[in-house]
Design a binder for this molecule. Structure first.
Ligand SMILES: NC(=O)c1ccc[n+]([C@@H]2O[C@H](COP(=O)([O-])OP(=O)(O)OC[C@H]3O[C@@H](n4cnc5c(N)ncnc54)[C@H](OP(=O)(O)O)[C@@H]3O)[C@@H](O)[C@H]2O)c1
Length: 211
């Protein structure tokens, strides 16, 4: 699959490398393709990865990973052009400067992304754990969980497969409005990592009776 990564930082860079290693064609959509940090990212991601501006990256992709800071997400989406019918995987969290959510309970960043990217098939995923866990979701032999929420069943299936392919136990969490629960889950992960001493090297996992 051709996947565009908009926001080639910690999350986007990591997911791009992992998806390329899983056999997908990756285009990192960046604001300045000439910057050194992007050249080295493409080198690390291998021959299946390249750089482009946001519009070119999105135009050639069937799935677009959104991994921008919340403050630039609306403009990044606008720079991608018409996203109707494309899968938009929203890995962002609508965090303020204090790392708390700027919305919740009755709305979510995922739903706001769907309003900005009119006509896109928005799926919330890869927002609820650290990028270092995305780099290797198997911790001491156990698979970290990745909850996936979206309204389009086929698009959500694609994202569940992508999460599974890079090592997560991928769980269908329901419709896109469940992003209202997945974004606070990200804040819990951040809180426990930085304020409760768990550090970034931990992840949420599922245990089930009779599975
Ligand atoms: N860090 C985590 O562990 C983690 C985990 C889950 C979810 N998230 C969420 O994922 C998002 C990204 O986090 P991050 O830690 O990866 O941030 P980051 O390392 O700061 O990377 C953000 C990237 O977005 C790029 N960017 C900003 N505006 C852009 C635009 N208009 N078009 C294209 N690229 C643009 C930046 O590029 P420039 O170099 O041009 O500024 C930068 O490379 C946030 O919403 C965050 O809440 C983070």
């Amino acid at each position: 699959m051709n996947i565009a990564i908009i926001g080639a930082g910690n999350v986007g860079g990591t997911l791009g490398k992992r998806f390329a290693a899983a056999g997908h064609e990756i285009v990192f959509g960046v604001r300045d393709p000439a910057r050194d940090k992007y050249q080295s990212l493409v080198m690390q991601a291998g021959s299946r990865a390249r750089l482009a501006g946001n519009a070119e990256a999105a135009a050639g992709a069937s799935a677009i990973v959104l991994a921008t800071p919340w403050s630039t997400t609306e403009s990044a989406l606008a720079a991608c052009g018409d996203l109707s019918g494309k899968i938009v995987i929203d890995a962002t969290n609508p965090l303020g400067a204090d790392l708390n959510l700027g919305m919740g309970l009755t709305d979510s960043g995922g739903e706001q992304v769907a309003r900005w990217a009119r006509g896109a098939l928005v799926v919330k995923a890869f927002n609820s754990t650290g990028f270092n866990v995305m780099d290797d979701p198997v911790l001491d032999g156990r698979h970290a969980v990745m909850f996936v929420a979206g309204d389009d069943a086929a698009a959500k299936g694609v994202v569940l497969d992508l999460a599974g392919a890079i090592g997560f136990e991928a769980i269908d969490a329901g419709p896109l409005k469940i992003a209202r629960l997945l974004e606070p889950l990200a804040v819990l992960w951040i809180h426990c990592a930085y304020r409760q001493g768990l550090t970034r090297d931990y992840a949420f996992a599922l245990i089930r009776r009779g599975a």
